[in-house]
Design a protein around this ligand. Structure first.
Ligand code: GLN
Length: 487
């Protein structure tokens, strides 16, 4: 039996393969066994046959090349988990919703197929908040995910399964999606690295849409370098996604190998992100992280992002409006389950009532809010206004990035909270996203990297943001921080 937690990096795994300590098939079997035994609730579906087949292919490749063919197959034999709002051909994609409980996707998301082509092994599908709506993973129709080290707490959401599975060694790395913070928040709560790329950098083809102008797919891993490798592999133009950007594939891993000239790095510290309300332990960790950057020679520059106070309100108009439109297709006729009761429906309205009642309460709340915000007579007052204020938020960042290279702050005001603690008050839950939402509204690349723990040992994440397409800068700073900072 291999000790899965001894593998800290993809490099460790590849050297274990090469020294014949462990084969890709054995590793896959061990991860599957650990994942099936786990009480975290991180997985919704296991893909044993597919994973073992991919592991055998990896084994053959290593044999044929007399070692791991890293250049062509940088993820050779690396076991991954995939958030269950990304499609895989022939595998269930439930979005943690009763609506899609039995849906089997007929195609594979571009991001997943690129990882598979790079040699990855896909172990299964990971739990999430229903349709990625939530921040605690308590909105899954199939039960919550538990925090990997503090089971009475939430792992964060909506990609809670993706973060918990990496931390608990139930897969080596994973994919999530981030519409308002759903990669960075759970990464921060669970103590792993999570990256949201620039909007358009990674194809959304095969990602079940929540809010199309905000959604991005991104990786989770223990190290910045490994998360960066996954992002590099997934990046690049995809003709199947009309919002995909015509840009070369990223090579941020190469950027991490170059030394950083810290004297040229200006770090923006937004006054609006330090206005009280931060848990003392979070505040302390962020302050010592900032000092670390300063000690390297970086310049800390106080900045202002004056429209930050409107970000949550804008997000919860834009996101719910887009969601109400995107989710209209799930009606039991075009997409989605048709419950037995709808066969007895009196009329079409009754039919819709019955089929759409398969959605959970948070999804219903958002569809209703979004439909209202888009309805005739109100869309000017709500949706259009929100789009206008969104532009102001983008402008804040454009101006800030004329003065600084990176913006640094907390991912979340607190560490992971108790299961059930915020369930009765959706507004409280929404406010948790205050620091992560602006990057989605402005399409910026951003990440969470561990920077300490609180008095209970709960992880704290440092939030780094960069201007659009500045992933190299973002990743190399985070990589240096992860390897140099001692909390
Ligand atoms: N917590 C936010 C929400 O509930 C973000 C979700 C996400 O990024 N998918 O909408």
């Amino acid at each position: 039996m291999a000790n899965l937690s001894s593998f800290r990096t993809i490099r460790d795994i590849h050297s274990a393969f090469e020294s014949k300590k462990l084969s890709p098939v054995e590793l896959t079997q061990e991860y599957l066994a650990a994942a099936k035994k786990s009480q975290t609730g991180a997985y919704l579906t296991f893909c044993d046959d597919l994973a073992l087949k991919q592991a055998r292919t990896a084994e053959d490749l290593i044999l044929k090349h007399g070692g791991v063919p890293r250049d062509e197959f940088p993820l050779c034999g690396i076991p991954l988990g995939i958030k269950d709002n990304l499609t895989m051909d022939g595998v269930k994609t439930t979005c943690a919703s009763k609506m899609l409980e039995t849906y089997v996707a007929p195609y594979t998301a571009t991001c997943v197929s690129r990882l598979e082509k790079a040699g990855a092994v896909t172990l299964g599908k990971l739990n999430l908040d229903e349709f990625a709506m939530g921040g605690s993973n308590e909105n899954s129709a199939f039960g919550p995910v538990r925090h990997p080290t503090h089971p009475d707490r939430v792992p964060g959401g909506s990609s809670g399964g993706s973060a918990a599975a990496v931390k608990a060694d139930l897969c080596f790395a994973s994919l999530g999606s981030d519409t308002g913070g759903s990669i960075r928040l759970p990464a921060s709560y669970c103590g792993v690295v999570g990256i949201k790329p620039t909007y358009g950098r990674v194809s959304r083809f095969g990602l079940v849409a929540f809010a199309s102008s905000l959604d991005q797919v991104g990786p989770f891993a223990r190290s910045v370098e490994d998360a960066a490798l996954l992002m590099d592999v997934m990046s690049g133009y995809d003709p199947l996604d009309s919002t995909s950007i015509h840009q070369e594939k990223l090579n941020t891993v190469a950027a991490t190998r170059l030394p950083t000239d810290w004297s040229k790095v200006r770090i923006g510290v937004p006054q609006e992100y330090f206005v009280g309300g931060l848990a003392p332990a979070v505040d302390r960790s962020i302050q010592s992280s900032l000092k670390w950057f300063e000690k390297q020679g970086a310049k800390l520059v106080p900045i202002s992002l004056p429209h930050t106070q409107y970000a949550v309100a804008v997000y919860y108009i834009v996101a719910v409006s887009e969601a109400s439109s995107n989710l209209a297709r799930f009606d039991g006729i075009r997409f989605g389950q048709r419950p037995a009761a709808s066969d007895q429906a009196k009329d079409l309205n009754d039919f819709y009532m019955k089929s759409r009642s398969l959605f959970g309460s948070e999804v219903k709340r958002r569809i209703i809010l979004g439909t209202f915000a888009l309805s005739s007579g109100y869309s000017e007052a709500y949706f259009k206004r929100a789009c206008q204020v969104r532009r102001k938020i983008v402008d804040d960042f454009t101006q800030a990035f004329e003065k600084v290279d990176l913006i640094v702050g907390p991912v979340s005001p607190t560490t992971a909270f108790k299961l059930g603690e915020k369930n009765s008050d959706p507004l409280k839950m929404y406010l948790n996203d205050i620091f992560t939402i602006p990057a989605n509204l402005a399409g910026l690349p951003a990440l969470s990297v561990p920077c300490g723990t609180d008095e209970e040992g709960l992880p704290i994440g440092l939030h780094l943001m960069a201007a659009p397409f500045q992933e190299n800068r973002l990743i190399s700073a985070a990589h240096a921080f992860q390897n140099g900072f001692e909390s």
